[in-house]
Design a protein around this ligand. Structure first.
Ligand code: ZN
Ligand code: ZN
Length: 384
């Protein structure tokens, strides 16, 4: 990513900062930017993530050394795997006490396989959703219904008929995972897998809840309402925090729901970010003499297109400020770009044909001029 900031700069510390200084800087910045603290500030989530990423790297001696050597251009790509750094779910309270967040960061590296499961956040969900083209102009309040695994009401997500009966799994000491050493040829490697006795939950439930069969989660249909901002483009994902799947065994935050927006096509506009492009068929006479055309427009006011005399097919008329709202800057709108096309009628009445025959000679390019016209065409084409 271009312009990615230096991790030390993000945390506001020097390159020689001690582990303790790194942790203190992280803790105070994470508290400052925590999304729970800044529900109305769209930037806070990004800043929070940035601070997390900086801390994840600098708090890991190995990764810190690599960063000191290579900066962001380290060989092998992002240490967080192909998807880059994903935000970590830290409770605001964890930032105060003994530092419950540290174990989260120690297990982040090496791609998606290792660390993510240990965080035990519920799974993220992705749904696709189509909105009418008008939503790109005005925005829209919309809703969807999804079936999602939510914490079971009968057992409060614990999976047990009675909470007192839950026991720690003896096979894995409640960790949910088993480590073993495996030999692969001349190498040995440590393999971590889910405990088979408790299926990774770390707990044994003698009398499972009947509603969820001990899963702690049950599928429920939920209606989710959301706001699609003006200027939305296809492929944009709206993040609905906490609307994903509940965590297994009620031991973590629910995941996120991502709604990927698909904007329906307009009948005649193509879109280039906030600009709208259209083609307008115009008769030969109107191009030569000039005219004015009025068509309805998605902003509620008719679009008045003035075609100056002597226009050519292929000319573009630009109507500033009549395009879509710009999503990025939140100020101003794009343009409507009108491409003029020569309209050749499929059929013309006999009387008109006769009239055209009469003026044909006057409009024809005489043979003396033809060479020069061809040359001039070529010049213009090469200039543009
Ligand atoms: Zn177990
Ligand atoms: Zn249940």
């Amino acid at each position: 990513m271009a312009g990615k900031r230096d991790y030390y700069e993000i945390l506001g510390i020097s390159k020689s900062a001690s582990d303790k200084e790194i942790k203190n800087a992280f803790r105070s910045l994470a508290r400052k930017h925590h999304p729970d603290k800044n529900p109305d500030d769209p930037d806070s989530e990004r800043l929070f993530k940035e601070v997390q990423e900086a801390y994840a790297v600098l708090s890991n001696p190995d990764e810190r050394r690599k960063f000191d050597t290579f900066g962001h251009e380290r060989p092998g790509g992002s240490p967080f795997g192909p998807g880059g750094f994903q935000s970590v779910n830290i409770n605001f309270d964890d930032l105060f006490g003994g530092g419950g967040f540290e174990s989260i960061f120690s297990s982040l590296f090496g791609g998606a396989s290792g660390g993510r499961q240990r965080r035990q956040r519920g799974s993220d969900l992705l749904v696709h959703h189509q909105v009418p083209f008008q939503a790109a102009m005005d925005g829209i309040e919309d809703s969807i219904e999804i079936d999602v695994l939510k914490s079971c009401d009968d057992c409060s997500g614990l999976g047990s008929k009675s909470p007192d009966e839950i026991r720690e799994c003896p096979a894995c000491d409640g960790r949910g995972r088993i480590q073993r050493i495996e030999r692969v040829g001349p190498f040995t490697q440590q393999v971590v897998s889910d405990c088979a006795s408790c299926r990774g939950s770390g707990r044994i439930i003698p009398n499972p809840c009947t509603r969820c069969q001990g899963e702690g989660r049950a599928s429920r249909t939920k209606k989710i309402q959301f706001h699609v901002p003006p200027g939305i483009d296809s492929g944009t994902r709206l993040r609905m925090s906490g609307h994903g799947e509940a965590a297994k065994g009620n031991r973590g935050e629910p995941g996120h729901l991502y709604i990927e927006i698909q904007v329906e096509e307009h009948e005649w506009f193509e879109r280039d970010r906030s600009d709208l492009l259209m083609a307008l068929p115009i008769s030969y006479v109107d191009l030569v003499l000039g005219t004015s055309v009025e068509i309805s427009h998605i902003d509620g006011q008719n679009l008045k297109i003035n075609i100056p005399a002597g226009s050519k097919p292929g000319d573009t008329i630009s109507l500033r400020g009549r395009g879509l709202p710009s999503q990025r800057s939140r100020i101003g709108r794009g343009s409507v770009m009108v491409l003029l096309k020569l309209d050749i009628p499929d059929k013309i009445p006999r009387s008109l044909k006769k009239q055209l025959e009469e003026i044909r000679d006057e409009l024809s390019i005489n043979s003396d001029m033809l060479d020069e016209k061809i040359r001039s065409e070529a010049r213009q084409r090469r200039q543009s």
